[in-house]
Design a protein around this ligand. Sequence first.
Ligand SMILES: NC(=O)c1ccc[n+]([C@@H]2O[C@H](COP(=O)([O-])OP(=O)(O)OC[C@H]3O[C@@H](n4cnc5c(N)ncnc54)[C@H](OP(=O)(O)O)[C@@H]3O)[C@@H](O)[C@H]2O)c1
Length: 311
Amino acid sequence: MKALAATADPMLVEFVDLAEPTPAADEALVKVEAFSVNRGEIFALTGVYGTPAASGRVMGQDIVGRVRAVAADGSGPAMGTRVVAHPEGGGWAELVAVPTSKLAVVPDAVATITAAALPLAGLTALRLLRRVDELSGTRILLTGASGGVGHYLVELAAAAGASVTAVSASRDRGLRLAELGAAAVVRDVAEAVGVFDVVLESVGGTVFSAALTRLRPGGKVLWFGQASLEPITLDFFRLFSATPFTLEHFPHWVSTTTDGEDLRALVDSVAADTLHPEIGRIEDWAETRTVLTDLNNRLIRGNAVLTIEMK
Ligand SMILES: NC(=O)c1ccc[n+]([C@@H]2O[C@H](COP(=O)([O-])OP(=O)(O)OC[C@H]3O[C@@H](n4cnc5c(N)ncnc54)[C@H](OP(=O)(O)O)[C@@H]3O)[C@@H](O)[C@H]2O)c1
């Protein structure tokens, strides 16, 4: 089968021929039709988490395709069923083995490309908002809002009654956020009006510090990323006189629900016309390298989806 693998040159991916995966007993074999790419995969390719991805490693956590072989333990959907899944890597390939607990059936009403935009960004947004005690009437400041996660956060939080101020450096990439329910879209934290009960922060560096000054006494910061790659600085003495606040670290994979359960909730919301993935780029998977570069350079609004020609 064909797959896109990391090379010795970070950010470059190239087609390789690999043996078909051998699924474990609880895994279905899925023939991939589309996948999306994420900033986290750029981090893995370029070594932000440690060393750059080894040559030959196949990444990819967001796929949609059809079940080619049913899991041997009988779990999961029947042969030919269209599914959306969140495998732990290996998704930039024609075939992927996925635990059946990490996939959900895609309803007919949902297009393959739309479903492909859901997994990592959608799961992150859904689970992040569960960490907010009460959404209705809550004032939220969201940084890094124009990416895949940000669009889902805005729509889900606004639908639950939160008032979201979204920060995007680019007017164009911020446009859709207002349509999805943001109460305000600003270019910089300094432009945000008022104080906030909750800050959702994923940019890091000075953006984190600026957002912290806008938190109400006793408010909560949910810290879920560092897109700028700039570490944050917390000076205890500068905060000494402030009312205590809560800072929570958020990794999306810590959840009491399975990926399959949450993917089902997401895809059902799309089918019910209450969740609208923002897909800023759709390309053939031969263009993955270019799309990753554009994502890295903050040129894509929402998610980017790559399609694999169906044979
Ligand atoms: N904790 C978790 O489990 C988890 C899971 C998934 C994602 N994440 C993190 O969540 C964040 C959003 O993910 P995503 O997939 O939505 O990413 P994305 O599509 O790349 O969006 C990142 C956003 O950050 C903003 N940004 C501001 N300053 C930046 C800078 N110096 N460099 C790059 N981007 C900058 C960009 O908005 P503007 O350019 O419009 O300002 C961009 O829209 C990322 O930091 C990602 O690593 C965390």
